[in-house]
Design a protein around this ligand. Structure first.
Ligand code: NAD
Length: 338
């Protein structure tokens, strides 16, 4: 029997699967139970390296399923939850917001409520042995809305979500906040900027650019390509989550960002440039870049001030965009060239 069990939600997705690998590699005395609905975005193959690890168990299920979650809490007596599961693609939230409200809002509430009932006798009174149990909510910088040319998002920036995706994440952040203030549950939230790296779904910007480039197809770039995101290599995010989960202060939120602001056009050109070198062909890959109609409500710029997690918990991003993107491209080459 392991010292403790923690519940990971959405661990078959991009960040969750990278996190599980990181966590199992680092901690030998914790069992991880991963619940994932395996939507179109969940891939069991993301977890093939650890599928047989004795500290790991997979459950196919929905975080909106009350009975299933109650049963899991009873069976495993989780001392922690790290909640990744979400509908995560802004474009899909514009076409079909329903699933975003269900999973991101109701699902988060459901999970939190079951954890609270399992860990607490009444507001601010934990059951014996549950005093240090923690709920860690994984969220996004998109809850802050958009920035102009200047400024950074801090933990004090007012929420101003602009897409159904970011609005559903903002709602879930507020529910977590309310459970800390009303019931005293030991909850923290991390809000991270745009991640990239191995195992991201093909629909997202960077895998799309690499895939289309290799296929010789048009590389679609929204609007004029000048939208800026603060890119973070997924492993750096995972290390930040680990630190915040283990050492963060209850009730706090921590922004995590790579200090690597790049616009979409730069990203497309950088990837093309690297492919020109490592997979040369007659024509430059950048010839395939084509501008397409902008996404409605497309936020102009996101950028994170990560000084709180850096100063309070000693976190720092290791990769810059140029080092991380090279590793990322190499990983996708093995996937797409199979
Ligand atoms: P993803 O879409 O790759 O993975 C989401 C996972 O959740 C999938 O495996 C999916 O099957 C699962 N899932 C969806 N609905 C579910 C449900 N109802 N019950 C159980 N499982 C369900 O997403 P990701 O990029 O890995 O993002 C993970 C988390 O991090 C999300 O909460 C997202 O909002 C947040 N986040 C992502 C980024 C980013 O750049 N990708 C940045 C900041 C924050």
């Amino acid at each position: 029997m392991k010292d403790k069990s923690i519940l990971i939600t959405g661990g078959a997705g991009f960040i969750g699967s990278n996190f599980i690998e990181h966590f199992l590699g680092k901690y030998q005395n914790t069992k991880i139970v991963n619940i994932d609905k395996l939507t179109y975005a969940g891939e069991l193959s993301n977890l093939k390296q650890i599928a047989n690890n004795e500290n790991y168990e997979f459950i196919k299920g929905d975080i909106c399923d009350v009975q299933l979650l109650e049963g899991l809490f009873k069976k495993y007596n989780f001392s922690g939850v790290i909640h990744f599961a979400a509908e995560s693609h802004v474009d899909n939230s514009i076409k079909n917001p329903d699933a975003f409200i269900n999973t991101n809002v109701y699902g988060t509430y459901n999970l939190l409520n079951i954890a609270k009932n399992h860990w607490m006798l009444e507001p601010f009174l934990f059951k014996e042995g549950c005093e240090n149990n923690r709920f860690h909510h994984i969220s996004t910088d998109e809850v802050y809305g958009t920035l102009g040319e200047e400024g950074l998002f801090t933990e004090k920036t007012p929420y101003a979500p602009n897409s159904p995706y970011s609005a559903s994440k903002a709602s879930s952040d507020f529910i977590v906040r309310s459970y800390y203030h009303t019931y005293g549950i030991n909850a923290i939230t991390t809000n991270c900027s745009n991640n990239y790296g191995p195992k991201q779904h093909d629909e997202k910007l960077i895998p799309t650019i690499i895939k289309k480039a290799l296929e010789g197809k048009n590389i679609p770039i929204y609007g004029n390509g000048r939208n800026i995101r603060d890119w973070i290599y997924v492993e750096d995010h995972c290390k930040g989550i680990d630190l915040a989960f283990c050492k963060g202060k209850a009730g706090e939120t921590y922004n995590i960002g790579g200090k690597n602001e790049r616009d979409n056009l730069y990203i497309a050109h950088k990837i093309c440039e690297i492919l020109d070198e490592i997979r040369p062909k007659k024509e430059k890959y950048s010839k395939q870049i084509k501008f397409v109609k902008d996404r409605p409500g497309h936020d102009f710029r996101y950028a994170i001030d990560a000084s709180k997690i850096e100063n309070d918990l000693g976190w720092k991003a290791i990769e810059n965009f140029e080092s991380g993107i090279l590793k990322t491209i190499k990983w996708y080459l093995t996937k797409y060239e199979k």
